[in-house]
Design a protein around this ligand. Structure first.
Ligand SMILES: Nc1ncnc2c1ncn2[C@@H]1O[C@H](COP(=O)(O)OP(=O)(O)O)[C@@H](O)[C@H]1O
Ligand SMILES: [Mg+2]
Length: 199
């Protein structure tokens, strides 16, 4: 499993009008642009490179609270695991601990801020297997739950969650946020606000 740990930090620069320092740009905004503000809550962003995908995950992680559920969908290689690494970093999980749960089905990471429960449902065939891995106990409990390929078992997901759709486009990735429930509508609006503030 390849990892991408490149981080960019822009230093605050003095603005030429001597009006004081330009506010430091948050690292997560690098490479992220609003592609379409579809409705007030459903939004779509372009991610220019792999750093942008990881940074987008960091932004989602910085907004997460105990009990939140993010369902990550998209083709193989779309960036679900990389985005998950960003979420993990934002809640204080050591970067090298985060690996794809494609074979383990579920990984649990103890982050400094909160726990992360990271699933990959790609290899599962039936809801019985979900019960076997403790899916129903773990999802929505303490910490934040990340569910790669959650759309394969959409009837088994909790009633409210943030649907995160990643797609591969010629020059990068597109990510769409579809919030189900007021908690996730608020997160979606916050993401839009943060990205706009960095534009
Ligand atoms: N915005 C982007 N632009 C170009 N390549 C990207 C971007 N985001 C991720 N990638 C690449 O796509 C791949 C994503 O892999 P991974 O996160 O394992 O996908 P998934 O978990 O969806 O199968 C990695 O090789 C990564 O370098
Ligand atoms: Mg993956």
């Amino acid at each position: 499993m390849d990892t991408h740990s490149c981080r960019k930090h822009r230093k605050a620069e003095n603005n030429p009008d001597n009006a004081g320092p330009v506010p430091e740009q948050q690292p997560w905004k690098n490479g992220i642009s609003v592609q379409k503000d579809l409705t007030e809550e459903t939004v779509r962003f372009f991610l220019a490179d792999e750093n942008a995908t990881e940074n987008f995950g960091k932004l989602l992680g910085s907004l997460a609270a105990d009990g939140d559920v993010y369902c990550l969908s998209g083709d193989l290689g779309a960036g679900k695991t990389l985005l998950s690494k960003g979420v993990c970093q934002a809640v204080g999980v050591e970067e090298e601990d985060v690996v794809s749960p494609t074979f383990s089905l579920m990984n649990i990471y103890a982050g400094k801020v909160m726990e992360v429960r990271h699933f990959d449902l790609y290899r599962l065939d039936s809801p019985d297997e979900l019960a076997d891995i403790g899916f129903y106990e773990y999802v929505g409990g303490e910490g934040v739950s990340l569910i790669e390929w959650g759309d394969l078992f959409s009837s088994e997901l909790p009633p409210e969650y943030l649907q995160v759709n990643l797609s591969i486009v010629p020059k990068g990735r597109v990510v769409e946020l579809i919030p189900l429930g007021p908690r996730y509508e608020a997160i979606s609006r916050e993401v839009l606000r943060h990205v706009n503030a960095g534009a």
